[in-house]
Design a protein around this ligand. Structure first.
Ligand SMILES: Cc1cc2nc3c(=O)[nH]c(=O)nc-3n(C[C@H](O)[C@H](O)[C@H](O)COP(=O)(O)O)c2cc1C
Length: 197
């Protein structure tokens, strides 16, 4: 049986990890962004559909464009961060199945082709991949600030024009300013959140 990862790792990824609202100037190197993707891509998705698509916004122009489409209180959280990633769901993800599911492409494409199925599949698995991104970033020692307060249709027009990709949420990534975290709110207890059956 595999070992539990260290208590230190669990603290870093879950127990002590916080949502950051402000950022230091420390940049996130491209090498680290690629390392981050090369971890998160291994998280499971249904039929290996891998529908999430990522725009790693780091240029001043890109940040200004994204911040201009965000809720006012979220704008500085984009402009100050070294990097904000847009996590989108590609509703046309089935086109990549010859690569992703080579031994069973046709049957998998057929299963996802029923009305409404590709949208639900893209949202379910794209959201999972967004969560894998947060976990992987924390495992690499980065901090995260996820946000859904922005104009999705506007972001789709500005960043995903001519594609079937729909923005899901955005996440600033970098070295968070500890002074920027809000007071920690409680979580539901085991019994409040579920039960054995
Ligand atoms: C998908 C998602 C969307 C969020 N949207 C926003 C947002 O638009 N603005 C914001 O300030 N915080 C946003 N948050 C931050 C949450 O409020 C925060 O992660 C949560 O309260 C837990 O905080 P903690 O990690 O510090 O305990 C979002 C978080 C997630 C995961």
């Amino acid at each position: 049986m595999r070992k539990t990862v260290s208590a230190e790792a669990l603290d870093q990824i879950f127990r002590s990890a916080r949502t950051y609202n402000g950022w230091t100037d420390t940049p996130v190197e491209e090498r680290v962004v690629r390392q981050l993707y090369d971890l998160l891509k291994w998280g499971p998705t249904s039929g290996n559909s891998s529908p999430a698509r990522f725009v790693w916004v780091r240029s001043p122009e890109g940040k200004a464009k994204l911040a201009g489409l965000a809720a006012e209180k979220n704008q500085p959280k984009i402009l100050e961060a070294p990097l904000t990633v847009i996590i989108g769901n590609d509703v046309g993800f089935a086109d990549a199945l010859p690569k992703l599911m080579p031994h069973n492409t046709e049957a998998t494409q057929k299963a996802f082709a029923a009305p409404g199925v590709s949208e639900v599949t893209a949202m379910r698995n794209g959201s999972l991949q967004g969560a894998y991104l947060i976990i992987a970033a924390r495992a690499l020692g980065l901090d995260c600030g996820p946000m859904s307060g922005f104009d999705n249709a506007g972001v789709d027009r500005a960043f995903f024009a001519g594609s079937q990709i729909q923005s899901n949420f955005i996440c600033s990534i970098g070295n968070g300013d500890p002074a920027s975290v809000f007071p920690r709110n409680p979580r539901l207890s085991f019994a409040e959140a579920g039960h054995f059956d």
